[in-house]
Write a protein that binds this ligand. Structure first.
Ligand SMILES: C[S@@+](CC[C@H](N)C(=O)[O-])C[C@H]1O[C@@H](n2cnc3c(N)ncnc32)[C@H](O)[C@@H]1O
Length: 208
């Protein structure tokens, strides 16, 4: 994996200056943001889907929201519950000149999802891994045929591939929840889903 990370750094062109700098800052401060291959995948999806409305769960400091805004014409709603990151995300969104396009909702996604209105063309789930099944259910009333839900970090650093006995005891709840989530969504007849080894694992689910 380490070899792949080094290789992909050399393969993708540098992002535009604002995003490149934001990415470097986030990495220096150990803020977990999407990797280069996930960025490339999202950019491709944005070109294909041409979404008008995007919902993101898990803003961190706004990197992926800003990337999606810069590579689409979509209105974006994003959610974050960690105060220091909310502050930083607000500053970054303002500095990117994207206040009009990106709305940052502050608080627990579980609750915020109960208050959202309308339909979204693309949903990017990138928050508490143990809550993905709940997020997915809360999103269902807000999608249409052709909407795409991308769930990030579903391989949980590779743990999901291991037997439950091979993962640390304290990680077993997430291990079970993520395995159940993957199985349930892949067997949900309302969706066509693909599990991709991009970043830390993406589950891409298209509403039929
Ligand atoms: C992996 S980071 C998001 C990275 C971001 N999407 C990017 O690539 O630029 C996950 C974020 O979700 C936030 N988060 C975790 N649980 C949450 C919850 N229940 N409600 C809202 N945000 C949550 C964390 O504080 C963290 O900043």
């Amino acid at each position: 994996m380490q070899r792949f990370l080094v290789f992909e750094e050399s393969i993708y062109p540098a992002a535009e200056e604002f995003l490149e700098q934001l990415e470097q800052e986030a990495r220096a401060e150990e803020v977990p943001i999407i990797r280069k291959d996930t960025q490339a995948y999202l950019r491709s999806m944005l070109l294909i889907l041409k979404p008008k409305r995007i919902l993101e769960i898990g803003t961190a400091v706004g990197f992926s929201a800003i990337l999606m805004a810069k590579h689409s014409e979509a209105e974006i709603i994003t959610m974050e519950n960690y105060a220091p990151r909310i502050q930083k995300a607000k500053e970054n969104i303002r500095a990117a000149g994207l206040n009009e396009r990106i709305t940052l909702l502050e608080g627990d996604a579980e609750e915020l999802l109960q208050g959202i209105e309308g339909e979204f063309d693309l949903i990017f789930i990138d928050a508490a891994k143990g809550q993905y099944a709940l997020y997915f259910e809360r999103i269902k009333p807000h999608i249409h045929g052709g909407s795409v839900i991308i769930s990030d970090n579903v391989l949980v650093g590779g743990d999901v591939l291991e037997s439950r006995f091979a993962v640390r005891r304290r990680d077993r709840t997430i291990h079970k929840r993520m395995r159940d989530f993957l199985y349930d969504v892949c067997h949900d007849e309302e969706f066509e889903s693909a599990l991709l080894p991009v970043g830390d694992g993406l589950l891409v689910s298209v509403k039929k």
